[in-house]
Structure formats: structure tokens, C-alpha cells
Design a protein around this ligand. Structure first.
Ligand SMILES: C[S@@+](CC[C@H](N)C(=O)[O-])C[C@H]1O[C@@H](n2cnc3c(N)ncnc32)[C@H](O)[C@@H]1O
Length: 541
């Protein structure tokens, strides 16, 4: 663009009137889903929910319910007043969030959802994942219905297309905004997301962005600039988007690494798959009656014990949730436990177990499971999942690198599943922030940790027993290379190959050596799958 094209801070568009945003409809809220593979799920905000809100076709907004606020999260230490209990603090903060919601909505409909999205981005700048930020943001948790879905959709789409969004905005900035104006950049990112990807009416996206910039002292000076850039993006942003190459939305280091491992055709297919949110996969508790699930639109099954639904579901409202008939688990994440074969009656150690998708599978398959994880919070979620599904497992909070099994615990384990911490680059469809949050240094640190974990896990295993090592990573350094190195470090250790008949329809995921490599581009016609690597390793007898 020429200098003349660059906005110099034109007149802000009016910040009053019908600026749009999701209709509030704060009714019918469901309890939060603290599910399973650790993923908090919402009804997926589809284009209808966004446009409905902007057209204001829904029932008139009634504002937040005035009744008691159920289950507010406890205040952080710095938020707590010395003279109040944790519960009082939580109620005060929840009330303040509701009042803020009312205030923002009275200023401009749809403003509260955008403020909440902005707050989520700010929490993520402090190093939280998208899921964590969604759970922590008070201005987000106070939202319900379409508002909540819209806020979540803005943030997750903004991350999913981060490279493109920043490139589009960058075309209108002479130089990067100064660090202290980081919130201005986030306001622009959310507005650009709405304008080029979510089909939000331009007047709504522009007016709310300008209003948000004007509300805080640190960003007020940029309100005119925000308005001018947003109006330019409303005009030209979609054309800019079309001109950007596919690789723009994958960080350079990750693209190069995947291209080296899989070649140009596959890295392109993976990047395509990353553009779409994952469907909702459920693992079924054996014997559960799931007839009410299978009549839902578009339900399919790829393997025994698996059901796939579209992502547009609130899991807590699905039949069988309360009864614990199933848990959320991507089909790829369900494969490692299957590698252990028949575990009935076996003592199985699930290392790095929380929030427990694989623990539930092993317990449901009749194993006597010990589930160990270093994180108390995540282990609590594992325990909640065990309670909901009524499945048994011993749980231990410990660092597996220093933990020793109790002397009277029955000796070494028959089988071990080690789902090691990793870059999680296989889960980008569900956690689009992951690709941008990780770096090559993380890969180095994590591979070093994984090596230590494999060696330690083998020490807990009976001679002749099976260790399944797995990672939800696309990187061969964390998967294939780790196993190759483990085999060369431990004489006699051998891959126990999985037979093709064990994974009907997923034969392509079985490598020549009998280990498993899944990619997001597999099962493409029905919604893809996470990227995972898993290998079963037999310890010499
Ligand atoms: C990929 S997640 C596990 C997912 C889990 N297996 C499931 O199926 O739901 C990795 C886990 O490793 C745990 N972790 C990381 N370092 C650990 C350590 N040194 N000892 C035990 N657990 C650890 C993390 O707390 C995290 O829950």
C-alpha cells in the first residue's frame, strides 16, 4: 500500500446504535464441562449464532440472571480482600463481573463478548493456554448462550488464523505497535477476525473495536487509528486473505520441521486440516446404552467403542453425560491404550495420566489401574472423570522421575502407558494457540524430558511386560526418533507391532515397523483426527 493509503486516524465511526454482537439470551446455561481429554467444550459457535446475534432476531435481551451465581471460581490471592472468606470474595467478584457485563451491554450490544475475548487474549499473553484462559476469564465465564459461543469463536479463530490476521493488519501499520500498546493489537486482531473470517457485519466489528480502544487510558490514544484500520480491513481484508499462502498460519519453524518429516504434499494437507475445528469424538464405556446418541444428526463410528459427532454440541447436554456412559477423547488419543491389547486383570501403570482419557479406557477394559500425574489440578479432574463414569483407579500425585512404587504394592507392573508431555502439535485443530505458543527450544527441552521418562518407566515394568509410549505431537523428534533411540539404549527392548486387523479403517496409521502415526489430514472426509505417535515396546523377559 502507498503511504496515502495508510490511515492517519480518520473520523471514528459512530459508537452508538445497533452495533451488533450475539444476542445475550443468558438462559439455559449448562454447568461447565471439565471433561476428559481436558478440553472444555462449548456448543460450537456457527455462522448462524453470529449472524442471528447481529440481526438481533432472537428474543429481547434480558440481561444477566439476578439469582445466586453458581460455582464462581475462587479469587486469586491478589484479588482477595483480607476481611472476606474465599466464598465471599468469589461472590463479590462474580457480582462485579455481572455488573460489568450489564454496563458494557448498555453501552453497546455485543460489547461484553468482545471485551471477554480481549480479556482471554490478555490472559494468554501471561502464558496460559486457550483452555486455561477460557476457564479463568471472569468476563468470559459470566457470558452465556450465543455471547459465550461468539467470544470463544472469535478467540479460537483468531489463533487458528493468527499468521493471516497479523499479515492483514500489518499492511496498515508503518511499524509494529509499541509493546505497551499490545492491547491495541489484540483489539485489531479480534476486529479483523470478525471482518474477514466470521462474517460479522462491518459496522458492528468496527464500532465495538473503536469503543473498546476508547475505554482504557492505555489504548484511548489509538481509538482513531483502530477505527481507520478496521474500516480499511472491512473494505479490503477478504481480498488480502485470499492472496495469502496456506503456510501463513503455521509458524515457520513448525512448517519446516513438518515438511522435512512428511514432504510438501502432506504438510499442505496438515495445514488444510488445521483450518477446521475438530469434530467431537467420544469413547464409550463398554455396555453403555448409547442408542440416544447414535440417532443424533451425522453420528458415525470409526472403531468399536468410538462415536463421532459434529463439534456443534454442548457435551454436558448430550445423552449419557450425567450417567458417565462416555468421555470426550479424540479417536487418535484412544489408540495408544488399544496397543496394550487385552488388559483384563493386569496391573497397569498410567504415567502422566491426567485428565484421564486413557485411564478411563484402561479401567473400562478391566485393568487394575494406577494413574499417576504431577499436577494436582489435573489429577482432580481425572478423579472427577472417574467419579462420573463410575470406573475404578488408584490415583497418585507424584513426579514420575522421582516416584518409587510402595514396597507392598505388588512389585513391577504388567504393563505401562506413558503419555509423555510434548509440544501437543498434534492437537492444533482443537488448540489452535499451541502452534504459536511453542518454539524449537521447547522441542529440545521436551525431547530431553521424554528420554528420561522412557528410561524411568522401563524400570517400573515386569520383564516381558509392555510399555506403550505415546505423544500427541506431529514432530518425529518426539515420536519416531524417541523410540529409535530407546531401542538403541536398551538392548533386548523390541517393538511389539500392532496388526492391521486391530485398527480396521485406520490401516494407513500403522507404520511398517508396527508403530502408529496419525495425522490431522487422515479421516479427512469425516473431520480428521489428532496427530499422534504411539509404539508398544516389549521388555525382554
Ligand atoms: C499429554 S498429558 C497426559 C494426558 C493423559 N494421559 C490423558 O489421556 O488424559 C501429559 C501429562 O503429563 C503430566 N506430567 C508432566 N511431567 C510429569 C512428571 N514429571 N511426572 C508425572 N506427570 C507429569 C502433566 O501434568 C500432564 O497431565
Amino acid at each position: 500500500m502507498t503511504d496515502n493509503d495508510k490511515p492517519r486516524g480518520g473520523k471514528p465511526s459512530p459508537s452508538s446504535g445497533r452495533s451488533g454482537g450475539p444476542s445475550s439470551g443468558r438462559s439455559g446455561g449448562k454447568p461447565d464441562d471439565r471433561a476428559f481429554e481436558g478440553k472444555r467444550r462449548e456448543a460450537r459457535p456457527d455462522s448462524r449464532s453470529d449472524s442471528r446475534s447481529d440481526d438481533r432476531k432472537g428474543p429481547p435481551r434480558k440481561g444477566p440472571p439476578k439469582g445466586p451465581f453458581k460455582g464462581p471460581r475462587p479469587p486469586r490471592r491478589e484479588e482477595r480482600r483480607p476481611d472476606e472468606s474465599a466464598e465471599e470474595g468469589a461472590r463479590r467478584l462474580a457480582k462485579a463481573a455481572e455488573e460489568k457485563y450489564d454496563f458494557l451491554e448498555s453501552k453497546m450490544p455485543g460489547l461484553a463478548a468482545r471485551r471477554a475475548a480481549l480479556d482471554i487474549l490478555a490472559i494468554m499473553r501471561r502464558g496460559r493456554s486457550l483452555d486455561e484462559a477460557l476457564a479463568q476469564g471472569r468476563s468470559f465465564t459470566v457470558l452465556q448462550g450465543p455471547d459465550r459461543a461468539f467470544a470463544r469463536n472469535m478467540v479460537s479463530t483468531c489463533w487458528r488464523r493468527r499468521g493471516s490476521i497479523d499479515a492483514i493488519i500489518g499492511a496498515y501499520l508503518d511499524r509494529p505497535l509499541p509493546g505497551k500498546s499490545i492491547e491495541v493489537m489484540d483489539i485489531l486482531r479480534l476486529a479483523a477476525t470478525q471482518l474477514v473470517l466470521l462474517d460479522t457485519p462491518a459496522h458492528a466489528a468496527v464500532a465495538t473495536a473503536t469503543e473498546l480502544a476508547g475505554q482504557k487510558q492505555e489504548t484511548r490514544g489509538y481509538a482513531k487509528l483502530v477505527n481507520a484500520i478496521c474500516r480499511r480491513i472491512a473494505e479490503k481484508g477478504k481480498d488480502q486473505l485470499i492472496a495469502l499462502p496456506l503456510r501463513t498460519d503455521t509458524p515457520g519453524w513448525l512448517w519446516r520441521s513438518l515438511e522435512r518429516a512428511y514432504g510438501p504434499a502432506l504438510v499442505t494437507a496438515i495445514a488444510e486440516a488445521h483450518r477446521t475445528e475438530a469434530p467431537l469424538d467420544l469413547s464409550l464405556k463398554p455396555g453403555a446404552d448409547i442408542s440416544a446418541l447414535t440417532v443424533l444428526d451425522g453420528t458415525i463410528s470409526h472403531l468399536p467403542g468410538h462415536v463421532r459427532l459434529s463439534a456443534a454440541h454442548d457435551v454436558t447436554a448430550l445423552p449419557g453425560f450425567e450417567a458417565g456412559d462416555w468421555w470426550v477423547q479424540d479417536i487418535a488419543a484412544s489408540l495408544p491404550a488399544r496397543l496394550l491389547g487385552d488388559v483384563t486383570g493386569q496391573r497397569v501403570l498410567d504415567l502422566c495420566a491426567a485428565p484421564g482419557g486413557k485411564t478411563l479406557q484402561l479401567a473400562a477394559a478391566g485393568a487394575r489401574v494406577t494413574a499417576l500425574d504431577i499436577s494436582g489440578n489435573r489429577l482432580r479432574r481425572l478423579q472427577e472423570n472417574l467419579a462420573r463414569t463410575g470406573l475404578p483407579a488408584e490415583t497418585i500425585k507424584a513426579d514420575m522421575l522421582v516416584w518409587e512404587p510402595a514396597e507392598d504394592s505388588g512389585g513391577a507392573f504388567d504393563a505401562i502407558l506413558l503419555d509423555a508431555p510434548c509440544t501437543a502439535t498434534g492437537t492444533v485443530r482443537r488448540n489452535p494457540d499451541v502452534a504459536w505458543a511453542k518454539s524449537e527450544q521447547d522441542v529440545k527441552d521436551l525431547t530431553a524430558l521424554q528420554t528420561l521418562m522412557i528410561d524411568r518407566a522401563l524400570g517400573f515394568l515386569k520383564p516381558g511386560g509392555l510399555l506403550v509410549y505415546c505423544v500427541c505431537s506431529l514432530l518425529v523428534q518426539e515420536g519416531e526418533d524417541q523410540v529409535k533411540a530407546a531401542l538403541s539404549r536398551h538392548g533386548g527392548l523390541a517393538i511389539d507391532p500392532i496388526a492391521e486387523v486391530a485398527l480396521p479403517g485406520l490401516e494407513k496409521a500403522i507404520r511398517k515397523d508396527g508403530t502408529i502415526r496419525t495425522l490431522p489430514s487422515m479421516l479427512a472426509t469425516t473431520g480428521g483426527m489428532d496427530g499422534f505417535y504411539a509404539a508398544a515396546l516389549r521388555k525382554p523377559a
